[in-house]
Structures are given as C-alpha cells and as structure tokens.
Design a protein around this ligand. Structure first.
Ligand SMILES: Cc1ncc(COP(=O)(O)O)c(C=O)c1O
Length: 508
C-alpha cells in the first residue's frame, strides 16, 4: 500500500469483514431455514441426544481455521451441534426450571445482536434504555410488585443468581453501618446475618460468599410440612441471634422454591422484616411469574411489601436465556450500593433525568446486552393473556401429574405441586405393602427406593423420550418434574409415567 492509499483510507483487499448484500441474503436464508426446521421439529427430536463425551467435537473437529470456511460446511456443523444438544423445548423436558424459547424471542436476540447496543446508559443506547425501563415496569406490574401507588425500579441481569447477588449487595449496604458504602469495610467482628429457609436456592449462600460475608452467615430456618418457611421459628432465630451479638440485616423469602415450588408466607415474613428492621428480598427467580395465574395469585400476597424481588423471564416467560431481572423499591438504596463517581469514562453530561440514566449505577455490570428486546417482543407478540394462559396450564399440568401419581399404586407423591413442580418416586409392587405397613424398616426401604429411583432417572434421561431431574425431599430421593413448557400436554404426562414404569421394569 502506498502513502496515497493510506491517506485515502483504502484498506488492504480482503481485510474488511463486511460481506456483500448477496452473501448476506444467502446467510440469512440458510440460517432462518435452520431455525424454522428446528422449531418445527423440536418435539420429534430425542430430549437427550444419543451422544457421549467428545462426540460433538469428534464430528466437527477442533481445527482453528486460518482462512474462512464455506457457509454450507458451517451450517452442517451447526446441525451437528443441534443434534448433540439436549432439547429444553421438547414437550417432555421436565428437567429444570427452564422454559423453551419462542421464535419471536429468538429473533429478538438476533436483532439485539445485530444492533449490538452496549446497554450501559441512555447515552450508549437511547432506545434500548427506554425499552429496558419499560420492560422493568411491565414485569413489576405483571407480578403485582407495582401499581398506581407503588412504583418499582430495577434492571435486567443474566439470570436469577446475578439478580440475587445484586439484591444482597444493595441490602447489605442499606443495612450496614453508614461508613461501609464509602470504605467498603464493615466491622466484621459483628457478624451480619441473612435469614432464609432450608429450601433456599444455592445462589443465596453463594452470594453471601461473594460479598465476603461467608456462606455460614446465611442462617437457615426450617420449613414447615408444605416446605414454606416456618415464620415463628424465623422470629425465634432472630431473637436469639440478636441476643448473641449478631447483626441480622436481611431475610430472603422464596417465591417458588427450586425443589418443590413452595411459596413462603410473604405477608408474614414482611411483618417480621419490618419488626426487626431487615431488608426483605424475595427470590422469585422461578416462581414470581406464576402470579400471572389467577388461581395462584393469592400465594403472592405481600410481594409488594418486599424491598427487592428477583424473577427470571427465561424460566417462566418463555424468553431465551439470559433474561433475569431484579426489581427494587428504593432507587436511592441501589444507587448508594453501586454508583461510582471516580471515573471520567462514565461521566454523564446529559441534563435531563431520563438522559442521564445509567444502569451501571444499579448493578455490577458495565457492558450489558440488550436483553430487554426479547422480553418486550415476546410480550408484545403473544400478549399477556396468552402467556398467562400458558403459565396457568403449566400449573394445571403439574396438578394433573400429582393426581395421577396419587392415584397409581406404584407411585408415591413426595411433595404436592404448589406451582408447576411435582416431586414423586416410583415404588415397585414388592415394596408397596412394606411401605404401607412400615414393615421392614422405613430407612432400609427408603435406601432401596433411593437407589432404584436414581437408576430410573438415569435410564429415563439417557433414553431420550423424557427428561426428569431429582430433588431430595425430607431425605428421600425424588423424581422432580418441572413444567414450564407451553408444548407439554396431558398425554406427555401420561406417557412420562409409562416411560418411568418401563425403565423400572428394565432394571429388575
Ligand atoms: C428459586 C431460584 N432462585 C435462583 C435461581 C438461579 O437462577 P439462574 O439460573 O437464572 O441464575 C434458580 C434457578 O433455578 C431458582 O430456581
């Protein structure tokens, strides 16, 4: 390249990554064909693929290409990746609280990546910031956290774990001695403690660890026979801990536990939080969106009394992963925890409040994806009525599964579905009389049933026709079905029970 070329800004041939419009159309057409085939055929694929460790890479290779490769080859390899993937969108995928993505949500992600907005602040993404703030308001009103008199604020996160971590930092800064925010130090000889039930998700003790408090600072309160926090015990534990020189600062209630879907008594816990001057956080990552089901709404009475609530549109709003959300009432508290004045590169020069808005003042991330678009597009495409209906159907299907299990002599219900999770176990004919009469020693029978049901789960998972995970319910191994899937029908539930029976027979 001569000097003239350099000064005129001409690049070396082939160094630009732009592609021609014809190539772009070809890429778009092939990719949308793949996506359409995928969505149209997801129910007919194995839930878990016939794969083994290293098979995917064995098929597509690991060579780092020096030169670009043909599109056909790349799409072929993408198909190999799809074939070797577990299909969360399959109607008999009951493994985890993970909803299938919808086509509008998936395409919204494509648009967001095309725009590639870095959603740090209004200045970085004016439109995206306004959409995210709109989505936050929508989510808060959907779950009953905000109304005409109660406004809510918040931000989207990668998921529930990040939302919980963010909430606990805000809570800690709000309730710690005033100098903590400035110095980052607190008097660690006074242990600051968090309260949660024995059913709490692991992201809470993890967050306590990350915050430097330590996992042991999460004081575990036993749950009642419906797996909900025992509130008199919470009060007793707080009273004792205060007497022993601890500094309780936060109580975390579950708005749908990961094990059984139990919703803690939110109103009662809010009263205790008020009495003991605690930050009241609700982990609704899995369950808060169940408030969209009219029949479940009363379980969430008191949600509007929380200082903060986590919820995951990627768990139960059928939005692609990463779609978590933290809502909080007091914007100033969140700002006090996260705002940072010392860096020129984040100075905001805009004059109006809207234009000066920056997400970095409310959470740990600076660079952020335009996550709101997929939530916004999903809600606008389907409308709240249709989404609510699907969530209600998920709950009704879990109830149906519970009924089928209770009616069958060879199954035992271990936790009645509160929302859309059902925990049960298979009991072979030989063990049924013993279980009923208590003859033969309960512990010995439970050990046998634990082993049998663990094997059943493994066989079912690898068989590819249905996928269940497990939970430990009062010491017993349970098959756990989480139904957050708009494709599941009653026939899928019936078939899954048959698949479990077949797996059990095969193990005899
Ligand atoms: C109750 C609850 N809280 C938090 C989480 C963590 O959410 P995420 O996986 O989005 O980080 C989960 C995940 O299953 C959950 O069920």
């Amino acid at each position: 390249m001569n000097d003239k070329d350099q000064s005129s800004g001409i690049r070396k041939p082939g160094s630009s990554l732009d592609i021609s419009e014809t190539e772009m159309r070809e890429l778009a057409s092939q990719v949308t064909t793949l996506v359409t085939e995928y969505f149209a055929g997801v129910s007919t694929r194995p839930v878990f693929p016939e794969t083994s460790g290293g098979k995917t890479i064995g098929e597509i290779g690991v060579t780092l290409p020096v030169e670009g490769e043909p599109l056909d080859r790349l799409l072929h390899d993408c198909r190999v990746i799809i074939e070797n993937s577990r299909q969360n969108g399959h109607p008999r995928f009951f493994g985890y609280v993970a909803s299938p993505a919808t086509p509008p949500g998936a395409y919204a992600d494509l648009i967001a990546s095309t725009l590639n907005t870095n959603l740090t602040s209004w200045r970085s993404g004016p439109a995206a910031t306004e959409i995210e703030r709109t989505v936050i308001n929508w989510l808060a009103s959907l779950i009953g956290y905000s109304n005409e008199t109660h406004s809510a604020h918040g931000l989207l996160t990668s998921g529930g774990s990040m939302a919980n971590l963010t909430a606990l930092l805000i809570a800690h800064r709000a309730k710690a001695d005033s100098e903590v925010g400035a110095t980052g130090l607190w008097n660690s000889s006074v242990p600051m403690t968090i309260y949660a039930s024995d059913q709490i998700h692991m992201s809470i003790p993890k967050a306590a660890d990350i915050l430097g408090l330590g996992r042991a600072q999460v004081r575990v309160v036993d749950s009642d026979d419906r797996f909900r926090m025992n509130v008199p015990l919470l009060r007793e534990t707080l009273t004792n801990d205060l007497r022993n020189g601890m500094k309780p600062f936060c109580v975390v209630a579950s708005g749908g536990t990961v094990n059984t879907g139990a919703v803690d008594p939110l109103e009662e816990i809010a009263a205790v939080a008020k009495e003991f001057d605690l930050w009241f956080h609700i982990d609704g990552a899995y369950g808060a969106l169940a408030a969209l089901d009219e029949k479940k709404r009363s379980l969430f009475r008191g949600i509007d009394l929380a200082d903060s609530v986590s919820l995951d549109p990627h768990k139960w709003l059928y939005v692609p992963i990463d779609s978590g959300c933290l809502l909080f009432r007091d914007e100033a508290r969140a700002r006090a925890a996260f705002s940072f004045e010392g860096a020129d590169y984040i100075k905001v020069h805009e004059q109006t409040e809207d234009e000066a808005f920056a997400f970095w003042n409310y959470g740990p991330e600076l660079s952020r994806r335009f996550r709101a678009l997929k939530i916004w597009l999903t809600l606008r495409y389907y409308g709240v009525r249709r989404i609510s209906q699907s969530i209600s159907e998920d709950n009704a299907l879990a109830a149906y599964l519970g009924e089928q299990v209770e009616a069958a002599p060879d199954f035992e219900l271990l936790a009645s579905p509160e929302l859309s999770i059902c925990c049960f176990r298979y009991v072979p004919p030989g063990l049924q009389p013993k279980l009923r009469t208590g003859n033969g020693g309960d512990a010995a029978i439970d050990t046998q049933l634990d082993q049998l049901n663990t094997s059943i789960m493994n066989v079912v998972q690898r068989g590819g026709r249905a996928y269940l995970s497990s939970a430990t319910i009062r010491g017993k191994f349970a098959l756990r079905a989480c139904i957050t899937n708009f494709r599941t029908t009653r026939a899928d539930i019936d078939l899954t029970l048959e698949i479990i029976r077949e797996a059990a027979l095969g193990l005899e």
